[in-house]
Design a protein around this ligand. Structure first.
Ligand code: GCW
Length: 698
């Protein structure tokens, strides 16, 4: 008995060591399965690497680190080695088929292939650049971390998209706009002299999932970043990122020529302004030869832009593009624009940008948020996708959960990303999903200086998913989640399967306890935390929840059909048809496009009012079940991370009920219908919820 207790205690220490989450998905824990461990050890005894670049040194260091952790061996360098890291020029004696394959892998793709030399199996990790080899090493380590068979490998992996970026909304005082995981990683005061280890670990994490660019600063931009002292600091970061194949980008404040250059104007057609930008860009490239370019938010939410001078977005973007072009830099010009004059905010980005299609210089991409409004739990895809054949478009997803429960709700976003990427735009007929219209990906980062980087332990999965999906848009949400769970926690199926189930449902549950059936933007003013469907006090109609739901005694929802704002006319005919008729519009999108009667019969067969009650209640119940599910998994997780998630799930469960009660009580004042029998009654009356003043400090 004693002995049994001792073994149990040993097992627990082995599998549940204290963890902070800092290691992310790169934990490289010792392999517990003896058979798998032996199989790996029989194949991996040493390695050889051809070349000495900092990137190859990083690849070698990662390989040694990963295998030391997982196989508990110090990997010697020998020639030949059982793992070979080499570019094609070092493979002269290798079969031609390998070289032919490598002709197809471009600058970032890699192969991992089992070959035989001297009658011994060896694992070749190759690509045309050192960066490609680094990606290959990370992929190889992922195979072992997820317990894949590595006996006979023949992998070829090529990114489907060349631009895979994070967008940090980090201010220079280190606060982060919509950041829920602490302060910015960039320690501007200590830079450039001091670049802390965290910067290297950030770069490792990004490289491990194929992210190859980072925009360091907030789109609500500060021109100070473009001054020489700050550019020196940026250079220090860029010097680290370069090793890991990551290009550095900045946001450009359109009025910088006035603020930094003492010019009287920032008019993009003014020769002095153009000269100022050209000189500025040249000076950036002196410091950072592989600088990526600029991300710009202009004439949106008070940001300066070309329209201040009667010019178009194209005039503004092209001016910057001209300065960047000689250095191969790019401009990512955001399409997130809306103003109080538009009768329906949904329509504005399309109205402003569609006429400019084909008018942007070749090195400009227009960066479009996934939906027409603003990162809501569910939006139809932005009608700009598929409508700008003459302009490369970038997808902007929001990893940070501004409207998705912020730092406290467990929401795995890959199903949201997939839903958007898979939606058919019907551009040139059937079979042109949003993913086929894209030239790049950006994720608004959810990273801060919290010990575990992302605040909620599960929020790391959204960073992970953005990287993996931008690399390969064919990956399913489920595959990505599985990989992430196995690396972040454990490969034990008794843990992986239930957690996978939680993650895969989490976004749909959130939609249903916050904004079911196509409700939009009914969050609390400004900080957007918690429900405020009654909100009607802000200066502009389109900042107020009542503008979006339009509830009245007749019904609820925003009529965007031809009898309403006709926003649906911005889509291809086949997309319009999916939503235009109230009886065939999918329940999940109904209130996006229709003002429907409270008695309207939904596709579920319930009345709209009853369906609303059903969705709010079942989703809240599901979150409670998720809470119980997690509790049952205690034995698989270290106590620190277990407790952290447990506590956050308690918040999420109580907030789901808060959302449910506040919204249903409020909408009931219009529907004047009773709650269907059998549901838990609201905990408080409506006045209670209206009087909750939620003051947050961010
Ligand atoms: O979602 C809204 C946010 C703003 C943000 C803006 C944008 C950076 O509430 O905080 O500003 O979108 O995307 O520009």
């Amino acid at each position: 008995m004693k002995r049994f207790a001792f073994v149990l205690a040993m097992l627990c220490t082995a599998c549940c060591q204290a963890e902070t989450g800092y290691e992310l998905w790169l934990r490289y824990q010792p392999i517990a399965n003896a058979q798998y461990l032996n199989a790996c050890k029989s194949l991996i005894r040493s390695y050889e690497v051809h070349g000495t670049s900092p990137t190859l040194q990083a690849a070698s260091a990662e390989l040694e680190r990963g295998l030391k952790g997982m196989l508990r061996i110090s990997l010697p360098r020998t020639n030949p080695g059982s793992i070979i890291l080499a570019k094609p020029e070092h493979l002269l004696s290798f079969p031609n088929t390998i070289k032919t394959t490598l002709q197809k892998t471009g600058t970032e793709g890699f192969i991992i292939k089992t070959i035989s030399i001297d009658n011994k199996k060896r694992i070749l990790i190759s690509g045309n650049t050192d960066q490609a080899i680094l990606y290959g090493v990370f992929h190889f380590l992922r195979l072992i971390q997820t317990a894949q068979n590595i006996h006979s490998l023949d992998i070829i992996s090529i990114p489907r998209s060349a631009l895979r970026l994070l967008n940090h909304w980090d201010n220079l005082n280190r606060t982060i706009e919509r950041g829920y995981a602490g302060f910015s990683l960039w320690q501007w005061n200590n830079l450039p002299a001091c670049v802390d280890q965290r910067i290297i670990d950030y770069a490792r994490a990004n490289a491990s999932i194929g992210i190859n660019g980072t925009v360091l600063t907030n789109v609500n931009a500060n021109a100070l970043i473009l001054t020489d002292p700050f550019l020196q600091k940026v250079k220090a970061l860029a010097d680290v990122f370069r090793v890991y194949g990551i290009k550095t980008y900045l946001t450009a404040r359109f009025s910088a020529p006035i603020e930094n250059g003492n010019l009287k104007t920032a008019d993009p057609l003014d020769p002095a302004v153009r000269a100022w930008w050209k000189k500025k860009v040249d000076s950036i490239y002196q410091l950072i030869p592989d600088f990526g370019g600029f991300l710009v938010k202009a004439n949106s939410e008070g940001q300066p832009g070309p329209q201040d001078y009667g010019r178009t977005h194209a005039d503004g973007a092209n001016m910057l593009a001209e300065a960047l072009a000689p250095h191969n830099g790019i401009v990512m010009w955001r399409a997130f624009v809306y103003s109080h004059t538009s009768e329906d905010r949904f329509k504005q980005a399309y109205e402003e940008f569609k006429p400019l299609d084909g008018k942007f210089n070749a090195n400009v991409l227009v960066q479009v948020k996934n939906g027409p409004i603003d990162f809501q739990p569910r939006e139809p895809f932005s009608p700009l996708f598929g409508s700008m054949p003459g302009t490369p478009l970038m997808m902007e997803f929001q990893l940070t959960q501004e409207y998705l429960g912020q730092g406290t709700h467990l929401v795995y976003e890959a199903p949201l990303f997939r839903e958007v990427l898979d939606a058919d735009t019907y551009a040139n007929g059937k079979g042109n999903p949003v993913s086929s219209t894209l030239s790049g990906f950006a994720g608004v980062a959810n990273i801060g200086n919290d010990l575990n980087w992302c605040g909620h332990p599960f929020a790391q999965s959204n960073w992970y998913a953005l990287g993996r999906l931008s690399w390969d848009q064919q990956l399913s949400s489920e595959e990505i989640a599985r990989e992430w769970i196995k690396q972040t926690f454990t490969t034990t199926p008794a843990f992986v399967e239930p957690v996978l189930d939680m993650m895969m449902h989490s976004r749909e549950w959130l939609v249903n306890y916050m904004t079911p059936l196509g409700l939009t933007h009914i969050m609390y003013n400004d900080h957007h935390y918690g429900p405020m469907p009654w909100g009607n006090s802000l200066g502009r109609p389109d900042w107020n929840p009542v503008y979006y739901h339009k509830a009245d005694s007749a019904g609820i929802g925003f009529n965007r059909t031809s009898s309403g704002s006709n926003a649906l006319s911005q889509y291809a005919a086949q997309v319009r048809q999916q939503f235009e008729q109230i009886d065939t519009c999918p329940d999940d999108y109904l209130l996006w496009f229709h003002h429907a009667s409270w008695d309207h019969t939904m596709q579920s067969g319930r009345s709209l009012w009853n369906e609303l009650c059903y969705r709010y209640h079942t989703a809240t119940d599901s979150v409670r079940q998720m809470q119980q599910q997690w509790k049952s998994l205690r034995r698989f997780v270290d106590p620190e991370r277990f407790r952290h998630v447990e506590q956050l799930l308690a918040i999420q469960a109580s907030e789901a009920a808060w959302w449910r009660d506040a919204c249903l009580l409020y909408f009931q004042t219009f529907s004047r219908k009773p709650f269907p029998a059998g549901y838990e009654p609201p905990a408080h009356d409506l006045e209670y919820y209206k009087n909750l003043h939620i003051r947050l400090t961010y």
